[in-house]
Design a protein around this ligand. Structure first.
Ligand code: CTP
Ligand code: CA
Length: 235
């Protein structure tokens, strides 16, 4: 349900939003990537701008253009995004991590193009873990005791260990963020699509809230909720 305008306005707020999918280099011409289109992140940025916020937009690879009017920072890898996010977060009132961050990157990046050699085995790619940017943002915020609202996104499919909401609730606890926007993914579902359906989980005990429709509709619902949480969590 629509909230009164006084509670939804982000006027005077600095909102950092990450979007798109990171690319993890293998060599100068190749990378490991993911299917994130950046559409939901771009819609969030547009909604935050419409609500009066100053928007810092940290764009990993996207299939769409970032909206005009954001402070744009282009990033490639998870390590690039980490640096940009920690910097942008310093004076942000809100940080929304909508980017699909690679969990792993190649352990070695070749300075030169990897060539195939007749008679030799195909190379093995060893991967190492990337830092958890969202978790790090929460730890910094908590250490500083600052009044910053941190929002995560979760892509879940559900599996033998639990359904989408069980996984998401565990993730919310692990990450320690204030809100977690959860969507159910699968091949051809959500990624790259124009519609979305999400559940917004609260780290402060509020009931889960559903939002569905175009990515613009979902973005508007998330931005409304962020506005409401700012006044509720940090009155
Ligand atoms: N995220 C992040 N840094 C990472 C991985 C994810 O900041 N290295 C953020 C994403 O931007 C998102 C949230 O964490 O806001 C959840 O991402 P998700 O991939 O669902 O969570 P993971 O902790 O990586 O768990 P999983 O093993 O299910 O992928
Ligand atoms: Ca992940």
């Amino acid at each position: 349900k629509a909230l009164p305008a006084a509670h939804t306005s982000l006027a005077g707020r600095i909102v950092t939003i990450s979007a798109g999918g990171t690319r993890e280099a293998l060599d100068p011409v190749r990378f490991l990537g993911n299917r994130s289109s950046g559409k939901q992140g771009a819609a969030l940025a547009a909604a935050a701008l419409a609500a009066g916020a100053t928007v810092r937009f940290l764009a990993a690879h996207m299939d769409v253009q970032p909206p005009a009017g954001v402070e744009l920072v282009r990033v490639e890898s998870a390590l690039d995004l980490r640096e940009a996010a920690l910097k942008a977060a310093v004076d942000s009132d809100v940080v929304i991590m909508a980017a699909a961050v690679a969990d792993f990157r190649p352990a070695e990046v070749s300075d030169t193009k990897i060539k195939k050699v007749d008679g030799e085995d195909a190379p093995l790619v060893r991967l190492v873990r990337n830092p958890d940017i969202l978790h790090e943002l929460v730890e910094r915020r908590n250490a500083q005791g600052s009044q910053q609202l941190i929002v995560g996104f979760a892509a879940e499919t559900g599996d033998a260990q639990g359904d989408v909401l069980e996984h998401a609730t565990a993730k919310l606890k692990r990450k320690g963020c204030d809100l977690l926007v959860v969507n159910q993914v699968g091949i051809g579902r959500v990624f790259g699509q124009d519609d979305n359906s999400v559940v917004i989980l609260s780290g402060h005990g509020a009931e889960p809230q559903s939002a569905a429709g175009s990515k613009a509709d979902v973005a508007a619902a998330v931005v409304d909720r962020v506005g409401a949480e700012l006044t509720r969590v940090f009155p």
